[in-house]
Design a protein around this ligand. Structure first.
Ligand SMILES: Cc1cc2nc3c(=O)[nH]c(=O)nc-3n(C[C@H](O)[C@H](O)[C@H](O)COP(=O)(O)O)c2cc1C
Length: 229
């Protein structure tokens, strides 16, 4: 933290990574509020701002973690209301990207492909927010369409970048979608509301091997075409 320097937007985008091991140092409510004060200026089509956030720390964080771990043990395949995170039979090149980042992560963790129980134990760490002191849940109304889901994503990335500007790391966590029914009950959400995604927020444990993971990206020419330049 001592050497922290405020990154440019480009640096922040390059430097943001999914952190999966955190130090216990707290993220105070005032700092989280500061982050949300900025991130709320994320764009959304028609300015509908189709997001709600539930932030948990301390006892509230413990409570939701405990509930989620119980729920996932009872329903390892995910609860009813779960939506598949990826399309069935994901195709190339997306399939290979997904496979590679998973293999790279488990290699850093020293967990071989065959060791399914160890892999599952790592997945379950999502429900401890990887020990981050703060967890966020992103709530959307299921009456919203694909556009609004995309806009929620912009809001989430804005939070991750503003957090980074303040030295706070993050991991977005779709894993929480597997316990959607439990979360809905626990937080008393409206009939049409659901938790899309979680996010762990805190200070990265730089020494943890899993945080050495640097995911690859396709080259610009693999996904972009340029016409009329
Ligand atoms: C919406 C969203 C949900 C994600 N959910 C999870 C998750 O549940 N658990 C996890 O470990 N990583 C999760 N990730 C992290 C991705 O695996 C990661 O962003 C991707 O591999 C690229 O790596 P990077 O974030 O380090 O650049 C999620 C990312 C996004 C954008």
């Amino acid at each position: 933290m001592g050497m922290w320097r405020m990154p440019s937007v480009s640096e922040a985008i390059r430097r943001r990574i999914s952190v999966r091991a955190f130090k216990p140092d707290p993220v105070p409510e005032s700092l989280l509020r500061e982050i949300l004060e900025v991130a709320r200026f994320a764009p959304s089509g028609g300015n509908v701002q189709p997001w709600k956030v539930i932030a948990v720390a301390g006892a509230a964080r413990e409570a939701v973690s405990a509930l989620a771990k119980q729920a996932i043990m009872a329903n390892p395949a995910g609860e009813e209301g779960d939506r598949p995170i990826y399309p069935a039979n994901l195709w190339e090149p997306h399939r290979s990207w997904r496979f590679k980042v998973g293999e790279d992560m488990y290699a850093l963790l020293g967990i071989p492909r065959e060791d399914k129980p160890a892999r599952l134990r790592h997945v379950a760490r999502n429900f401890d927010f990887f020990d981050a002191p703060v967890g966020l849940f992103f709530v959307i109304d299921e009456r919203m369409g694909h556009g609004q889901w995309a806009h929620l994503g912009m809001f989430m990335q804005s939070i991750a970048l503003v957090a980074l500007e303040r030295g706070v790391s993050s991991c977005m966590q779709e894993a929480w979608g597997r316990v959607r029914a439990t979360l809905k009950r626990h937080f008393g959400l409206g009939e049409t509301e659901l938790v899309y995604c979680g996010m762990a927020l805190g200070y990265a444990d730089e020494a943890a091997p899993v945080n050495k993971l640097r995911s690859d990206r396709a080259e610009v020419d693999e996904f972009a075409r340029f016409e009329g330049f």
